[in-house]
Design a protein around this ligand. Sequence first.
Ligand SMILES: Cc1cc2nc3c(=O)[nH]c(=O)nc-3n(C[C@H](O)[C@H](O)[C@H](O)COP(=O)(O)OP(=O)(O)OC[C@H]3O[C@@H](n4cnc5c(N)ncnc54)[C@H](O)[C@@H]3O)c2cc1C
Length: 376
Amino acid sequence: MKIAIVGGGIGGLTTALALKQNGQDVTIYESASEIKPVGAGILLAINAMQVYKNLGIHKKIEKAGAIVSNIQTTDAQLNTISETKLSHFENKYGVCSVAIHRADLHTILADEIGWENIKLSKRLINIEEGNEFKLHFEDGSSINCDVLIGADGIKSVVRKQLFNEGTFRDTKQRCWRGVCEFDSTAKYNQIAIESWGKGKRFGFVEIGKNKVYWYAVIKDTMMKENYDLSDLFNEFHPEIVKIINETPKDNIIFSDIKDLQPINQWQKGKVCLVGDAAHATTPNMGQGACQAIEDAYVIGKLFGQEKSVEAVFTQYEKLRLEKAHYIINTSWTIGKVAHYENSIAIWVRNFLVKNTPINIVEKQLNKVFSIEYNIV
Ligand SMILES: Cc1cc2nc3c(=O)[nH]c(=O)nc-3n(C[C@H](O)[C@H](O)[C@H](O)COP(=O)(O)OP(=O)(O)OC[C@H]3O[C@@H](n4cnc5c(N)ncnc54)[C@H](O)[C@@H]3O)c2cc1C
């Protein structure tokens, strides 16, 4: 049985690895000419790291990145509003959260899968459906496969052609991301910080020795023509402004923040969608890729059983849909709350965040970190 995965992002690569470890014949078709991910760094939360432990690569990922054991929300001057220590979850699940450069994660995954199983410069443009699938690529080539997995991101061609396009929602927030050299080791060791200003926020985390990944988000109404990013954030703590200024401008990535309104169909017959193609979310919970990684875990486990492909995909959708939709909806709300501009609303929000009982925070995090699926 030939399985084709379209898209070599974190979702496609992790799904390929999970399937390959089950002895499946799987090939990835990626439109880019090299595995060079956009997006600087990424935080892999405890749910994702449990999957990578299961796949036997969590130690490699920890080594290439940096452990995160503490998550803080602060005001723009880095005064703590709330702090969540993750040790309880680290003990419970036996893994730590890790922040890592995306390129390092992709290299680890591609090495494990085998580069020969990843076909580059293969942009899917058309799919013919019959007893099998015939995939046509932009370079004029085509291949046949028995099973098709669409891991081709939020603008998925597989979704558009075989399901429906879905509805994109623009948050009207704009985002910059970067990586810079920064001596963060003493003060910010193992801490992921998100600072909330008026209609703006800035997050940063260490991803290796003296290397920091950061993101900056503002409402589009606050954008200025010919802006200078550090000016846009000049009311933030001087260390935040310094991080922006220390980053080579050419390495800063700009993007709009969008998601895909939850869709209820991810599979039919021998085709399914994974990752952002199925459930693209806003990045406010740092869970988009983690959810793609959970998709891979469930599909891998189900393929390990004596089931038909159709049964695997039906069960995968049934097991994963609710959590993915919970993440999309919660993340959307957090994005709104984090960008309040009104001083009273900000005060009330900060008060509530500060005073949320620890057992409620733990309950919510447990829902996100648990990967207990009833796979039978
Ligand atoms: C600002 C920001 C910060 C984020 N931070 C985090 C975080 O800290 N933690 C986290 O878990 N998530 C985070 N995310 C979300 C995360 O980046 C995505 O959810 C994740 O990358 C989705 O992976 P994917 O493989 O499904 O899709 P993608 O990463 O979009 O990969 C899709 C792949 O398919 C390829 N492709 C597309 N079309 C075709 C085609 N027609 N033919 C062949 N190939 C094609 C693309 O080139 C790409 O390689 C963040 C997102 C943003 C915007």
